[in-house]
Design a protein around this ligand. Structure first.
Ligand code: HEM
Length: 487
């Protein structure tokens, strides 16, 4: 049922019939990415839904998404003009901001600074690696302490602290203990943020929900509060940096941004000073929830599949041995560890939809006309679970990424869609892949992970901007101690 407006007129994408007032909101369900996959079966990879008064085009499948976000990258580079996006990062957000020259300048500075403090060359990689290794070792001690009396515990909070500490160390040169109260309060907010910003962001689409008391309205209010608090937390840190700023010594990323934006060539021309705190807030926010959820999935999959855990440990032991820790340089010699991480990303697709996009101009995609300022949802899940692309996509099989020589199949890993593509692609991709590799290999080198025999493990999750596994119990044992006892 194509909605064709008449002879010679532009063809609009098909889609389910909307209800008055709410549109198709009631049809989305708890897991919109799965609903969209079902709708794509009926209407095709480009279809249209309505949420409130807004027309939304949903893109599914690798070739459609690449055609839109890569081939027509400028046309699909916008962000919707949502009220919730305006309260993020003091209104100076790059991740949720409109496509403009200002956005281009901010993204360029953010990307180059992030790389300069992580993966740009071997020297910075080594420094970054030291941060991650220190956090991984600290995390191991906390895990062992929590397991000491044969207890089982949910690892999510501790993973969040460890991951947040890495990005805090890069941005502010400071880390927190796992029990620090200020830090606990800060990192405990990811849930509400993700729930509001995830593609179902109902207050943005149905603004009249703000007019009377309801759960969505109270979520929106706390979303505003947490963003303001978080921004002022970062602003305070940036002010402390400004007071002690010395152009000759760049202590951390905050100093680097102050140097570029406050004092750099053409300073203040495009980006005013508040873009320092805006950009740092974006980076601290973006780097936390994503990677801590990724690490939580990794741990869940290790206990769900003990034979895979064992195989990973064997590979690490063979390549690294007992006398040193795994390092970034080992990555190429550990194809199974890498295959495991890619499969964890594909299988969980823990960022199932990108941040919503919008069109910056009229554009035609797969023969359908999409007008300027249309909201676009990009379904990454549909690519990672496409039955025509992957054999048994619902099964967890790291081996699928290895070729006949047991080396990583580069073409296949390129097909996993988790960091998006095109102009809005994530800038934390390389840093995250290295960070997850280091955490995974160091944890497995030092420890073994065990499920609670009395608990039925599920692969179910809580839906937001990320998909976070439901709480589950683990117990962690030191392999070092075990090896000592064996000798
Ligand atoms: C945007 C995924 C980690 C910074 C995004 C987007 C996705 C994503 C799907 C939206 C792209 C779009 O709208 O098309 C991930 C995943 C991560 C991760 C899966 C970890 C495994 C990080 C880290 C940082 C970061 C560590 C920085 C420290 C950003 C920024 C954007 C972004 C700044 C906005 C880009 C833009 O709007 O142009 N990320 N991310 N991300 N990410 Fe990440």
């Amino acid at each position: 049922c194509l909605w064709v407006r008449g002879r010679g007129q532009k063809k609009s994408p098909p889609g389910p019939i909307p209800w008055p007032l709410v549109g198709n909101a009631m049809q989305l369900g708890q897991m919109p990415h799965l609903t969209f996959c079902k709708m794509a079966h009926i209407y095709g990879n480009v279809f249209k839904i309505k949420l409130g008064a807004h027309n939304i085009v949903v893109l599914n499948g690798e070739s459609t998404i690449r055609q839109a976000l890569v081939k027509h990258s400028t046309e699909f580079a916008g962000r919707p003009n949502f009220p919730s996006f305006k309260v993020i990062s003091g209104g100076k957000t790059m991740a949720f901001g409109a496509y403009s020259d200002l956005w281009k300048a901010q993204k360029k500075i953010a990307h180059s600074t992030l790389r300069a403090f992580s993966t740009v060359n071997t020297e910075t990689t080594r420094l970054f690696e030291q941060h991650v290794a220190a956090e991984a070792e600290d995390l191991i001690q906390v895990f062992l302490r929590l397991s000491s009396g044969g207890e089982y515990f949910d690892p999510y909070h501790e993973c969040t602290v460890a991951i947040a500490n890495v990005i805090f160390a890069l941005c502010f040169g400071k880390r927190y203990s796992h029990d620090d109260l200020e830090f606990k309060a800060l990192v405990g907010r990811n849930d509400k943020f993700g729930k509001t910003v995830g593609s179902g962001s109902l207050v943005d689409l149905l603004p009249w929900l703000q007019c009377f008391p309801n759960p969505v309205r109270s979520l929106y209010q706390s979303f505003k509060d947490l963003n303001i608090e978080f921004f002022y937390f970062v602003k305070d840190k940036i002010n402390q940096h400004r007071e002690t700023y010395n152009p000759k010594v760049t202590r951390d990323m905050s100093d680097a941004f102050i140097g570029l934006i406050d004092h750099g060539e053409g300073a203040g021309e495009v980006l005013d000073k508040e873009y320092v705190e805006g950009t740092v807030t974006d980076l601290v926010g973006a780097g936390q929830d994503t990677n801590s959820v990724a690490l939580t999935w990794i741990i869940l999959l290790l206990i769900k599949y003990p034979h895979i855990q064992k195989k990973l440990q064997e590979e690490i032991d063979n390549v690294v041995g007992q006398d040193r820790m795994p390092t970034a340089e080992d990555r190429a010699q550990l194809p199974y560890v890498q295959a495991f991480i890619y499969e964890a990303m594909r299988f969980s697709s823990f960022v199932p939809m990108t941040i919503p996009h919008s069109t910056t101009r009229d554009v035609i995609i797969e023969g359908f006309h999409i007008p300027r300022n249309t909201i676009i949802f990009v379904n990454q899940w549909s690519v990672n679970h496409d039955v025509d692309k992957w054999r048994n996509p619902s099964q967890f099989q790291p081996e699928r990424f290895l070729d006949e020589n047991n080396q990583l199949n580069k073409d296949l890993i390129y097909g996993v869609l988790i960091f998006s593509v095109g102009k809005r692609r994530c800038i934390g991709d390389q840093l995250s892949m290295l960070q997850l590799f280091l955490f995974t290999s160091i944890l497995l080198h030092q420890c073994s992970f065990h499920s609670n025999p009395e608990e039925q493990l599920t692969m179910e999750y809580i839906t937001g901007l990320t998909l976070r596994p439901l709480p589950f119990g683990i117990s962690v044992r030191s392999r070092r101690l075990h090896r000592k006892q064996e000798t």
